[in-house]
Each structure stands twice: as C-alpha cells, then as structure tokens.
Design a protein around this ligand. Sequence first.
Ligand SMILES: [Zn+2]
Length: 307
Amino acid sequence: MERHDIEKLRSLPCEGVAKRLGLTVKQHKALCPFHNDHTPSMTFKKGMWKCWSGCGSGDNISLVQKVLGKNFVDACRWLADENNIILTEYEPQPSVLSHQPSFDAARYARFFEHPWLLPEAKKFLFEERRLDERVVRWCRLTSWKDKLGVPWLQIPYYNCEGKLVGIQNRNLIKGALPRFRFPQGSQCGIYNLPVLNLLKPGDELYIAEGCSDCWSLLSAGHKAIAIPSATLLTRDVRSKMEEVRGRFSIQFHMWPDCDVPGERLFLQLQKVLPSLVHHQLPPTCKDFSEYYLKAPSGSPFGGVEEC
Ligand SMILES: [Zn+2]
C-alpha cells in the first residue's frame, strides 16, 4: 500500500469515521464501543480517537479495525470505499501485516493455577456482587497489586480447549482510571467458552454483555457466556456465535441491558441466533447484575459443576 494513501486515510476527520461506523457522536463525544460505557468516554481530535476509560487510543484505521474486526489492509479498503478515495493497487507488505503482537500465554497461565484473592477482590466479588464462590473458582479469578499499590482483579479468557488466550485486568478502586488493562495481544472476545463443553442437548445458554453479568448469571444457576460490552457486534464474535449455534441444539437467552445500546446489541445478536429469547429487566435495573442483587439470596447454583 502506498504511504501517501495511508496518510490520506489517517488524515480523515475521525469523528466522521466514527459516525460511518454507526457510533452516535454528540458534542465531539461518543459512547465507547469497546467497554460498557454509560457516559460518553470517547473523544476525537482530527484523525485520532481516544477512550478516557482505558480502552486506548488510535487513528482512523485502528478504529475501523477494532469495531469491524478487520485486518489492517481490509480496514484501509473499507475506509477508502466509504470516503471515495481510490487506493493505488498494492501488494500487502508482510511487515505491515505482522504488526499484531502475540499473547504470551506461557508467561501468564501460572497466575491462574493458584488464584489468590486480595481483601479488595473478596469485597467486590462476594459482598458487592454476591457471587457464588464456586463461580469465582470456576472462572479462576485472581488478583494482584501493581507497583503503585493499586489492586486489580485479573480475569482470564480461555478458548473452548481451555487454553489461555487473553487477560482483562479490572481496577478494584471505584471510579479510578484506567478501569481496564489488557496485556499485550490479549484476545478478550467471548468470555467463559469452556462452559460450552458442559452443554447437553436441550440445555439453555445465557448470553451476557461483559463478564460481570456472566458471573451473576452463573451464580443464579444458569450456564452463561459473555460477549464483549460493545455497541457493535464484531465479525469475530458473530462468526463464533454462528459456530456455537451450528454445534449445539440448545436454546439461547439474553437479558439485554436496560438501555438503547443493550437493545441494539440484542437485535444484532438475534440476526445470528434467530431463536434468541428476550428477557425484560425491570426499569429499575440497568443490567442483570443489579437484578441479581435484588433477587432473594440463596438461589440454586446449577450452572457449572464443582470441579
Ligand atoms: Zn472504552
């Protein structure tokens, strides 16, 4: 790809690119599509975007890559098509394509062999979220303190084969930024994929938005996975869900967040899973976790077996 073509794509106003990607931009801000955002955290400046809640920053091309799940070259093509820019025909350079750093699973896997919960993590998981201890063990949640003494909850993402593919670190200090941190190359796509191995024909699978809701659903006795909290379904997540639909004869359920992005995500997912059952949260609960907290305690735990 010609350098001046890429420069042209990078110099487009990022706000316009965000709008074409389906984000609602008001007063130069938008709800960040990469986390469960309720106050617009994403801002734009010329050809750049930034999420002030810790999802990172980048240029037009990286925004298209992340939102649509495209590689660098396809993202450039999409941007060019959308903006009537004619690209010089090119041979993809291997150096351009091999930019993605890979995730060093061997380095991190040992953290989750003996999970260790700081008092801050116990308070968050068991007092504030009232999660079942068996769920916390099943999910192998652990915690650590960084050099500045900030406590983090460490959330491992495994694929169906049980291989560690990514880590999400969640700040345990309320309101502190960044809220999340991801080690380099982490692939935090669908959460709790190992639960698929426990599915039997006729089972029910709940689809949550983000891992907190997934833990609550598991604690309430359901089998559950989570898709990333985002306003748009990425291509990777869509194709993975199609694969799950084809592999298992099960019923899919969802309690969409009680807001516009939640309903939009449900409708997008319903296109992939036509039989997806919609459960309505009461208007006083913004997500399933809140609903779960208001439910009488002592709900049966039937989602994942004790291992
Ligand atoms: Zn964000």
